[in-house]
Design a protein around this ligand. Structure first.
Ligand code: NAP
Ligand code: G4F
Length: 351
């Protein structure tokens, strides 16, 4: 029988890759979207899945909309990817971030507990929840204590704990994926990797001449998003739910991203980059390295794309996009597209 999956945050980077992966596995895919004044379906358009998803209007702040989305879609699996996902912005909007990232997950769990406790839930947890713990180089595991240093991470830690509580207390099949940073050409432009690869492409084509960044010394464990969404799915196919670290095991600095991106286009980053204090956070995580031995042992997950391949492919994609735009080509993200009306599911009038 065809399995049904509901993805919150289907319009985001991971939502788009996961939707494509699940469609390739012959799932029927339902995805929640938020109404916005400008259509925001460009990633789904870029992956050619825009008309294969059933869209439901729902917001993690709105319990009624989540109840409706789960009732209508009748999913076997829910992937809760929706979030205010930008750590920097969480310092500007701590209450909203806590509501969406923390309480939003609680709402999803409550809806499942009350409607159909057999639905399996994936919760998008994050390596940010560790904060600045000691001995990072050994690799952070599922057992490492967590000490968040941002409102984003505090909200995600609340959600992480609630997943564990609902699993142990109510017997729900709920799993936390503690994913370390993962990137792609579909990454939002505000995140540091894509900010750099996009700027490097523009600089090399003469479209801009400076790039302002914050903390160049911060280190992260960066992998490729399309590989990470497969781990999400694998976690929900196990006999028993658990929490899993998903990471490459290697960390690189923001400066390493700069060097790799600019060198791949034959330019010297030092001529263009300045440090802008406004890009610094009140608190920042200095270094993150994950150890995904448990994921390897339980469901044979391994990252395949190296840091260099990842940053070079993102830079090449940005360069190609700007080059073709100069030549007059129009892209999905330039001319916002909208799914065909038939894929929108609405409540409609009462029968
Ligand atoms: P993303 O590109 O920023 O996508 C976030 C998604 O959440 C978007 O679809 C967004 O919708 C949606 N959203 C925002 N507020 C919402 C709300 N109130 N109700 C419902 N949906 C809402 O993030 P991502 O990189 O794909 O990450 C996916 C998830 O994994 C997030 O929970 C993130 O915190 C977590 N995570 C990401 C990483 C990473 O490195 N990428 C690592 C660890 C954990 P709009 O399109 O309408 O804004
Ligand atoms: O790219 P970032 O904004 O990602 P961050 O904060 O690590 O968060 C991402 O990964 C988390 C998993 O660990 C996710 F949970 C979260 O949703 C998100 O996807 O920043 C990376 C580092 C930080 O230390 C930041 O201070 O880069 C530093 N940085 C330096 N200059 C900058 C900049 N970050 C951004 N966004 N912009 C800069 O100009």
């Amino acid at each position: 029988m065809t399995k049904r999956a509901l993805i919150t945050g289907v319009t985001g980077q991971d939502g788009a890759y996961l939707a494509k992966f699940l469609l390739d596995q012959e799932y029927e895919v339902f995805g929640t979207y938020r109404r916005s004044s400008t259509p925001n379906f460009w990633r789904l358009d870029a992956l050619a899945v825009i008309d294969k998803i059933n869209f439901l209007h729902a917001d993690l702040n709105d319990m009624a909309s989540l109840l409706e989305a789960v009732t209508v879609s009748e999913p076997d699996e829910i992937y809760n990817l929706g979030a205010q996902s930008f750590v920097g912005a969480s310092f500007e909007a701590p209450l909203l971030t806590g509501d969406v990232d923390g309480l939003g997950a609680a709402r999803v769990l409550e809806v499942v507990r009350s409607i159909n406790p057999k639905i399996r839930i994936y919760q998008a947890s994050s390596s940010e929840i560790y904060g600045n713990v000691a001995n990072v180089e050994r690799g952070l595991t599922e057992e490492t204590p967590m000490l968040p240093v941002s409102p984003y991470a505090a909200g995600k830690l609340y959600a992480y704990n609630l997943v564990r509580i609902y699993r142990e207390g109510y017997g729900l099949f709920a799993a936390n994926g503690i994913l370390f940073n993962h990137e792609s050409p579909l990454r939002g432009l505000e995140f540091v990797t894509r900010k750099i690869t996009n700027a490097a492409a523009q600089i090399s084509l003469g479209l801009r001449n400076k790039l302002e960044l914050g903390n160049l010394e911060a280190r992260r464990d960066w992998g490729f998003a399309a590989e990470y969404v497969q781990a999400m799915w694998k976690m929900l196919q196990l006999d028993k739910p658990s929490d899993y670290v998903i990471a490459t095991g290697l960390s690189y600095s923001v400066q390493d991203v700069l060097v790799t991106a600019f060198e791949s286009l034959g330019i010297d980053w030092q001529k263009y980059v300045t440090v802008d204090k406004r890009q610094m956070r009140p608190l920042d995580v200095h270094n993150l390295v994950g150890d995904s031995s448990k994921a390897k042992a339980d469901f044979d997950w391994n990252p395949a794309t190296s840091f260099k391949e990842l940053i070079e492919s993102m830079t090449a994609a940005d360069y190609d996009r700007w080059r073709r735009r100069i030549d007059g080509e129009v892209f999905p993200w330039d001319a916002p597209s909208y799914p065909s009306e038939s894929v929108f599911l609405t409540r409609g009038p009462q029968k």
